[in-house]
Design a protein around this ligand. Structure first.
Ligand SMILES: Nc1ncnc2c1ncn2[C@@H]1O[C@H](COP(=O)(O)OP(=O)(O)OP(=O)(O)O)[C@@H](O)[C@H]1O
Length: 254
């Protein structure tokens, strides 16, 4: 069985900046996989290249054996994507948006209607299905984006910061949806800054910084006896705030 997601030699530069540098990564099918890294590590750039949103300078990505860049139709049919910061058609209501995305994904209208109701309910948006998406809060927008990623029942879900701006109750709802999705044979790849969340939810992960993989494997392999937070700080090279830094912020200095 091919990997759910395979990234092979992905490279992307913006001018002189190597955002992602010859990155290789395999995510086995059935995994709940976390991609973690500090700000600017290259997570969004990596996931954008993996999902066909940003063309790599070199390298490619395979979804269940289908090349995202040479056979995009086959690869994209198998994945659901929650991109970071990509505009939705927000002059539609939540229900209309789900219908539109469902039809694009060739889901029969009756199935779209029943899945939409299930998704809106599961994500705590049942009362908001007839509200324009432009009127949604940041967390509600994230949740309708997740519903759009799920409407065609994909085999692989790629989620960029799915918990950002989401309240704790909705966050638990999303975690439940993702756990049952993986139990049913799906694969999730998600990026996050929150180590505790990744430690509780994911069974495997990769730590990236400066566009490179610093560690990858199962949760236990990567954390190697420490907490994930501790291991993450060691890997990315945390520098403690030295005495005197920002001294001007201390009220006693004025
Ligand atoms: N369109 C762009 N033009 C120029 N530089 C970019 C562009 N997109 C990303 N970069 C740079 O590439 C690097 C990786 O950015 P990226 O957004 O992939 O990081 P990230 O890990 O997702 O960060 P964060 O956790 O802050 O969202 C950063 O140094 C960023 O400044």
């Amino acid at each position: 069985m091919p990997a759910a997601l395979s990234l092979v030699g992905l490279h992307k530069s913006f001018g002189a900046k190597h955002a992602v540098a010859d990155l290789n990564l395999e995510v086995e099918a059935g995994r709940m996989f976390g991609l973690v890294g500090p700000n600017g590590a290259g997570k969004t750039t990596t996931l954008s290249m993996a999902t066909g949103l940003l063309r790599p300078d070199s390298g490619t990505a395979y979804v269940l054996g289908h090349d995202v860049w040479s056979d995009p139709a086959s690869a994209k049919a198998l994945m659901g994507v929650l991109p970071d910061g990509v505009r939705l058609f927000d002059r539609l209501t939540g229900k209309e948006l789900l219908r539109y995305i469902g039809l694009l994904r060739r889901v029969p209208p009756d199935t779209i209607a029943s899945r939409s109701a299930d998704l809106l309910d599961a994500l705590g948006l049942a009362q908001d299905g007839d509200t324009l998406v432009v009127e949604y809060s940041a967390g509600m927008t994230k949740k309708i984006g997740l519903a759009c990623a799920l409407i065609h029942a994909p085999r692989l879900l790629i989620l960029d910061e799915p918990f950002e701006a989401v309240d704790p109750v909705s966050g638990e709802g999303i975690r439940e949806i993702l756990r049952s999705y993986v139990k049913g044979g799906g694969t999730v790849v998600l990026s996050s800054h929150v180590m505790e969340l990744v430690e509780n939810l994911c069974d495997s992960l990769a730590v990236i910084a400066q566009g490179r993989v610093l560690a990858a494997g199962t949760l236990d392999q990567v954390r190697a006896g420490s907490s994930l937070q501790q291991r993450f700080l060691e890997l990315v090279g945390f520098r403690a705030n030295t005495e005197g830094t920002l001294a001007w912020l201390q009220s006693s200095s004025s």
